[in-house]
Design a protein around this ligand. Structure first.
Ligand SMILES: [Zn+2]
Length: 292
């Protein structure tokens, strides 16, 4: 007679090859950081293609016919929302995709930048958590056969994000309060700033679509001279000349390159979200910390 446990074991043995044979779910993520979250949660269950790749600027991206074909094939399309991908609605319409569109920022507490909604919610690890939960729920709903896989992957990754959040707080505590005001190129670190207590000032707004005006740059130069600004940071997606010019005109130190809206390539310092945040925190603490 078969025991309940043996029946369960038999059931599992029977189920596994069936699961293994289901082809991975084709999904699209709009930009590299989001692609990393989807790969973490989806694992072997998904085949992810990313529209805006490493070091790419999603604010000003121009979609290609290949992007339309990837959307047409996809079962799910993951987007940040909050106005980050201004080109996505037209691309979705043009592709005639039947994919479900999943806005991963749904449920985060949003902030306003100087001229509009700030889309860079992923820079606060608590919001990244929400992104991962939304991805998990969307994958499980679209592909119930592998729901347990997505659940397990998400749980493991969320634990890593919790550890990362604590790591950031501890590392940034070493920066003296007087050295917590810094310049970046565009206003991409508002959520990071709000959670971790550094003040970012930027010549460009929450999008890179409009170039910084002479007045914006003059305002920043005044701020650097008037207030104690510890360093000017470059961004991986931005032309370094603006930040370098501000540093040259004010004598402020150039603090290094922060990854704002995109990962690096696989060989760079920010090949995934966790490494990206660690890299940014390392750049900040090295430039601003007391061990100079
Ligand atoms: Zn941005």
């Amino acid at each position: 007679m078969l025991t309940r446990r043996a029946l369960l074991a038999f059931g599992l043995c029977f189920a596994s090859p069936v699961l293994a044979q289901s082809p991975p779910l084709p999904v699209v993520a709009s930009f590299s950081i989001l692609g990393d979250f989807v790969r973490e949660v989806g694992g072997s269950g998904v085949e992810v293609s990313t529209i805006v790749g490493p070091n790419g600027d999603a604010h000003v991206y121009e979609p290609t016919p290949a992007d339309g074909r990837a959307l047409a094939r996809a079962r799910l399309v993951f987007v940040n929302g909050l106005g980050f991908e201004g080109w996505i609605d037209r691309l979705i319409a043009a592709s005639k995709t039947k994919a479900k569109i999943v806005t991963v920022s749904a449920g985060v507490a949003t902030r306003q930048g100087e001229e509009g909604l700030d889309p860079h919610a992923w820079q606060d690890v608590a919001n990244a958590r929400r992104y991962v939960e939304n991805i998990r729920d969307a994958l499980a709903a679209a592909d119930p056969e592998r729901a347990a896989l997505y659940q397990a992957n998400a749980t493991a990754y969320l634990a890593k994000l919790d550890a990362l959040d604590r790591e950031i707080t501890t590392a940034l505590e070493t920066i003296p309060p007087a050295r917590r005001r810094i310049i970046s190129t565009h206003d991409a670190f508002g959520y990071f700033s709000a959670r971790y207590g550094l003040e970012f000032i930027a010549p460009q707004g929450v999008s890179t679509e409009a170039e910084a005006s002479a007045r914006d740059i003059a305002r920043i130069i005044d701020a650097v001279k008037r207030e104690k600004v510890a360093a000017v940071f470059l961004e991986n997606i931005a032309d370094p000349r603006l930040a370098q010019s501000i540093a040259a005109q004010t004598g402020a130190k150039v603090g290094g390159t922060l990854y704002s809206d995109a990962l690096s390539d696989a060989k760079g310092p920010a090949p995934n979200y966790i490494e990206m945040v660690r890299h940014n925190v390392k750049e900040l603490t090295e430039a601003l910390g007391v061990r100079q």
